[in-house]
Design a protein around this ligand. Structure first.
Ligand code: ZN
Ligand code: FE
Ligand code: FE
Ligand code: ZN
Length: 267
């Protein structure tokens, strides 16, 4: 059975193509039974507005996906989610946004270290000015804080810091990874296994197989996402992701309805 794909975007973020309906049709064509939309949420004071929907659009987005879900009922389960950027200073804003609508689930993402969008191709030069180990440590510390915040159902692409192929595997980084996983385990938040990394310079799923194995041993739940920014990405490499999970001893993945987990066996 195909894995539910809980991570896809819409043109509202200004960097994805295809109407939500096109993603739903692509999901059916790929044999998926369940998907969820997770558009990039607005951030306070219009921060990074070019790459996300505006505050004024959130209501329309929610209604649009709910209507699509009603239309496809019986053929395809469509969940209404959102991808929120975690920054420690935005806790209050995020609490309000996640409570304001009846989301099926909320993805928590770290795309910023301070003001720096480390995964934004336009901000690639920022890597030259920094020490890779320090970037990794700061990144995992933020993901751990996101987990501990309790705001999220899933930690999206939890080692996104490797996206452009910058690698760091020092003892300090491994300790930071372990702290991130401990925070996830304590909070009961799922890790996303994302096929998007396969389409990026790093050429590897998020998170790395070694982290999948560690997380599985700790009993941390998983959810699958393609991070589709075009209909053709929907369900991308779900078989590869399922195999990696199975090899790590994971027996189920999650989807969500009204912030409650639903288990999907993958045996
Ligand atoms: Zn995006
Ligand atoms: Fe993301
Ligand atoms: Fe995304
Ligand atoms: Zn994403």
């Amino acid at each position: 059975m195909a894995l539910p794909d809980l991570h896809m975007h819409t043109p509202r973020c200004n960097h994805a193509t295809g109407a939500p309906r096109d993603y739903a049709e692509a999901a059916l064509a790929a044999g998926l039974k369940e998907i969820g939309f997770s558009e990039h949420a607005p951030m306070p004071n219009g921060f990074d507005q070019a790459w996300r929907m505006s505050e004024g659009e959130v209501g329309d987005y929610f209604a649009e996906i709910r209507a699509l879900a009603a239309e496809y009922r019986g053929r395809l389960v469509i969940r209404t989610g959102i991808e929120c950027d975690f920054r420690p200073q935005d806790l209050g804003y995020l609490e309000e946004l996640t409570r304001a609508y009846d989301w099926d689930y909320v993805l928590g993402s770290v795309h910023f270290i301070g003001e720096w969008g480390f995964d934004n191709p336009d901000e690639l030069a920022g890597w030259d000015a920094r020490d890779v180990e320090e970037v990794y440590l700061a990144y995992y510390d933020l993901v751990a804080q996101a987990a501990a915040s309790g705001l999220f159902d899933v930690l999206a692409h939890p080692d996104l810091v490797k996206k452009f192929g910058h690698r760091c595997d020092t003892a300090r980084v491994r300790e930071a990874e372990a702290r991130m996983l401990q925070a996830a385990a304590r909070a009961g938040v799922a890790l996303e296994i994302s096929s998007a990394g396969l389409r990026k310079p790093v050429g590897e799923v998020y998170p790395a197989p070694r982290l999948i194995t560690q997380a599985a041993k700790m009993g941390i739940p998983f959810a699958f996402g393609s991070d589709a920014h075009a209909p053709a990405d929907v369900g991308h490499a779900w078989q590869t992701c399922r195999r990696l999970l199975q090899q790590a001893g994971v027996r189920e993945v999650r989807s969500f309805a009204q912030r409650k987990p639903i288990a999907h066996p993958i045996a």
